[in-house]
Write a protein that binds this ligand. Structure first.
Ligand code: PA5
Length: 437
C-alpha cells in the first residue's frame, strides 16, 4: 500500500476522471514553477528539500539538547504562535499517549493574551522543574513576546542566573529582538532557516526540538518526510496523490464548493487539524480567494455537526483521513447477559467498527451531496506522520499556485499586527487615524 493513498471511491460520482486528466498540463506548469523556484514567494521554498538536506550535526545537537531537557525537567513551556507551535503540538498529540503517561509535560504559551491563562500557567508551574523553548522567526510577534517576558521574569525570580540554562531559543540566525536577547544572555539557540516560513517549518528545529523532548522519534519523522520528498517530486497526477488531492480541491473550488472539512476518526488528530487549517487557510485565503478550512473529529462530531454536513447548506466538501492499520487491537468483549444487545459485535476490534463508521458516514454524506476525498494513511507512527506532513505541505503549495495565489505570504495577518501596534502606541507605529472607541 502507498504510504498516503487518495481513494477516489467517494468522489468519482462528483468528478469524472477526464476532468482530472484535463488538469495534468496545468499541474505540470505549476510543478516546474515549484521545483525551478520561479513562482511567487519562491524565496520561501526552503522546505522543499529540507528533509534530505538537514545537517546531521544540527540533528544531533537537537537530540542532545532534547535529551538533557527530557531527563532533568518536569515541564517544557513552548512559547510561540501560528507556525511556530502548531506543528509540534499536532505531532505530539498524534504520536504520544492520550492520558498523561509522558515523562515530561509540554505546555504552550504565547498564543493568546488571556490574563487568566497566564496566571493559571504560573500557578501550575510553581514548584516544578521548568524549561522554556521560545520560538519566533521574526522575534517580534506581540503575543509570544509578552508571554516570554512574563515567563522569563518568573524563571529569573525562581532560578536566579541559572535561568539562562533553562531557556532555549529558536529564531532567525541574526535578526530580531529574540536573537539580540539570545546573544546577550548566551541562551542555547537554534536557527529557523530564512527560506522556510512558519507554517512550513515543523520539520526544522521549530518542531523537532519540542517533539524530541516529548519523546517523538524525530529521525523517523524526517525519514518519512525524505521519502515523501522523493515520491512527491513526480509531476504525474496518476502517481502523485498530493497533486491529485490539490487538483480535486481546485476543481471543487471552481464548482463553488467553498469550504473543506478535514474529518478524522481519531481524537489524537484534533491538533493535527489545527496545523492543517493554518497551512491551507494562511496559504490560500487571499485576494478574495481560498477554500475555508474547517475540521471535525468523528464519531464525536457526527453527533453535533453531522446534521449540518449531511443536510445543511451545500457548499462544503469533506476530506477524510484514516489509518489503515491499528496496533492496539482493542476488542469488544462477548457478554453472557447481552443486555445491551451488542454481542453481534463481539470479538470485533474497535478499529474495525471505527472503519465501518467511516464508510457509513462517507456514504451518507455522499448521498447528501457532499463530495468526499478519502486519504488513507498506512499507519499512525513517526515515519508515516513525517510523510503526511510533507504530503500536505506539497499539496498546499500546488493547490495555492493552481488557484493563482502566493502560498508563502500572509499579508492579512500583518494588517492586524500593524493595527495592534498602532492602538497600543508602539514607537514608530503612531496612529494615522483615531481608533474606533
Ligand atoms: O506561518 C506563519 O508564517 C505564521 O503563522 C507565523 O508562524 C506566526 O505569525 C508567528 O510568527 P513568528 O514566528 O515570527 O513569531
Amino acid at each position: 500500500m502507498a504510504i498516503v493513498k487518495l481513494n477516489t471511491v467517494y468522489i468519482n460520482r462528483f468528478i469524472e476522471k477526464e476532468e482530472i486528466h484535463a488538469f495534468q498540463d496545468f499541474v505540470e506548469v505549476v510543478h516546474d514553477r515549484i521545483h525551478e523556484r520561479t513562482g511567487a514567494g519562491s524565496e520561501y521554498l526552503g522546505w522543499l528539500d529540507w528533509p534530505s538536506k538537514m545537517s546531521e550535526a544540527e540533528l544531533e545537537r537537537i537530540e542532545a539538547t532534547a535529551e538533557s531537557i527530557r531527563n532533568t525537567m518536569d515541564v517544557l513551556i513552548v512559547v510561540g504562535i501560528g507556525g511556530s507551535y502548531l506543528g509540534a503540538k499536532a505531532i505530539k498529540k498524534l504520536l504520544r499517549p492520550s492520558f498523561g503517561l509522558d515523562q515530561i509535560q509540554i505546555i504552550y504559551a504565547g498564543q493568546n493574551l488571556s490574563s487568566r491563562y497566564m496566571e493559571d500557567l504560573l500557578s501550575y508551574i510553581k514548584g516544578k522543574n521548568v524549561a522554556v523553548n521560545v520560538i519566533s522567526k521574526s522575534g517580534t510577534t506581540t503575543e509570544p513576546a509578552i508571554a516570554f517576558r512574563t515567563i522569563r521574569k518568573w524563571m529569573y525570580d525562581t532560578y536566579g542566573e541559572q535561568a539562562a540554562e533553562r531557556i532555549f531559543v529558536t529564531t532567525d540566525e541574526s535578526e530580531g529582538a529574540l536573537r539580540k536577547a539570545t546573544d546577550k544572555n548566551s541562551y542555547t539557540s537554534f536557527e529557523i532557516p530564512r527560506d522556510i516560513g512558519g507554517r512550513y517549518s515543523v520539520l526544522t528545529a521549530v518542531g523537532l526540538l519540542p517533539l524530541a523532548v516529548a519523546g517523538v522519534n524525530i529521525r523517523e519523522l524526517l525519514r518519512g518526510a525524505v521519502q515523501a520528498e522523493k515520491e512527491l517530486a513526480n509531476p504525474s497526477l496518476e502517481e502523485n496523490d498530493a497533486y491529485l488531492y490539490a487538483a480535486y480541491r481546485q476543481i471543487l473550488n471552481l464548482r463553488g464548493y467553498s469550504m473543506e472539512i478535514l474529518a478524522s476518526y481519531e481524537p489524537a488528530m484534533s491538533d493535527f487539524h489545527e496545523w492543517w487549517k493554518q497551512l491551507f487557510g494562511e496559504s490560500e485565503g487571499k485576494q478574495g480567494k481560498g477554500i475555508f478550512p474547517a475540521s471535525v473529529v468523528y464519531s464525536t462530531d457526527l453527533h453535533s455537526l453531522g446534521q449540518f454536513i449531511q443536510d445543511g447548506r451545500r457548499s462544503l466538501f469533506e476530506t477524510m483521513v484514516s489509518f489503515a492499520e491499528d496496533e492496539y487491537e482493542s476488542t469488544i468483549a462477548f457478554d453472557e447477559e447481552n443486555d445491551d444487545g451488542l454481542n453481534y459485535l463481539a470479538d470485533k476490534t474497535l478499529h474495525e467498527v471505527n472503519m465501518e463508521a467511516l464508510k457509513a458516514s462517507a456514504l451518507a454524506h455522499m448521498e447528501g451531496g457532499v463530495p468526499v476525498i478519502s486519504l488513507e494513511v498506512e499507519r499512525m507512527d513517526d515515519f508515516h506522520t513525517g510523510y503526511l506532513i510533507y504530503f500536505f505541505m506539497k499539496a498546499c503549495a500546488m493547490s495555492a499556485y493552481l488557484s493563482g495565489v502566493n502560498p508563502f505570504d500572509q499579508p492579512g495577518v500583518e494588517l492586524y499586527k500593524q493595527n495592534m501596534f498602532e492602538l497600543l502606541g508602539k514607537p514608530g507605529y503612531e496612529q494615522k487615524e483615531k481608533p474606533i472607541k
